[in-house]
Design a protein around this ligand. Sequence first.
Ligand code: DOR
Ligand code: ZN
Length: 460
Amino acid sequence: MTVDLVVENCTVVTPAGRTPDAGVAVEDGTIAAVGRPEQLPDADRAFDADGAVLVPGIVDCHIHNREPGLEYKEDWESATRAAAAGGVTTVVGMPNTDPVIDRPDHLALKFERGEAGAHVDFQSYVVVTSENLGLIPDLDEAGALGFKIFLGSTVGDVPPPNDGEILEAMAAIAETGKRLGFHEENGEIIDHYTERFQAEGKTDPIDHAHSRPVIAEREAVERMITFAAETGTKIHMFHVSSGSAAEAVARGKGRGVDVTAETTPHYLWFTEDVLREKGNPARIQPPIRDAEERQRLWDVGMDEGAIDCIATDHAPHTPEEKMVDNPFGNTWDAISGFVGLETEVPVMLTFVDEGRLTLEEWVYRHATRPAQVWGMYPKKGSLQVGTDADFTIVDPDREWTLASSDELHSKNSVSPFVGESFVGKPVATVVRGEVVFEDGDVVGESGYGTRVDVDDSSAE
Ligand code: DOR
Ligand code: ZN
């Protein structure tokens, strides 16, 4: 038997362990075999990984790809070009676009644009507001990966439903079997402190962070867990930023509520001092927290396991919107969010290098577990024979510094990681058997990426 591709000369790592001097064989875009060289068939193409580490393709379930409607910031093509260059093989887009993804036809438009532009595979959430509660079964039918509710005001101004509407939505979503994720910040607390700080003339980037205190996040987590215990809905906490919120997630899991959670590389890497050092480019919602909260996020979230997934919250904005030329100017004039797709793998590999987690634990949180949480497993996030041949190939020892945002592939690449140094870098990205990134270049074609069909995958 001769297959299409064999990736050879690598250490294969999955959550179950590692196999040195191994390779993977690919036929028709799916995995035909994984093993030692003598166990692999002949292939039309051999890709020499040169001793690198091969893992199941990284799955980033939280990106703002901005299309449709906000293409001046980013679009499917540019977001997934960054994904390919960042070693990410599957992305899930957020619904705060224009139009907002709140109806089946809007979701169809988002999928259509993705099919036309994407370099890697993709999916999308749909948003639930007070206006579309009756559409939940239709949005499920239309193929959404999952649902999202914004609990507090954030970029895009999607109005939060009230608690009664949330309970009603949760009951309807429980019927679909899909998961509901939250932007979990208590809007009343945030709005109060924002107005108070503005009235007091506080304008520093750190004031923005303090206007969205940890209690706003923790309370939202606890309230949604209470609601989910009542309705039996599977819920997810996007971008958990604090140890306090991670502890609340842990308590929810302990009660038997099906609550999953993600954190992002920036909450694990930085403390709020980055707002004092780099200013508005580091402004994001929820904000980056103090050292004590970060330590507990590591302890409770990562070491004790409250956090299931790593995702970026990749949120591109123009340099003007991020006030790059005036980083310590009035923070209320700046926008929240920054890119992350090309730094997430290097950040996590740097933590591996520092001994803060193992390669196996990294792969679990960054590929396997996100695919499980959002019902894409084992098609994505595994190296099982017969599943999609998505691989992220990394050099875990490569030392490098992100010298400039110009090195990144997004349309707008403002990032607080500019100037940071890493140990580890993606060297190649393979999506369904096609090499889409290699030797520093995105070599795949726009439009190759396709929507992940979740009907034949098992949700967890
Ligand atoms: O900082 C943020 N930016 N937080 C969000 O919740 C949304 C995101 C965006 O869309 O820019
Ligand atoms: Zn987000």
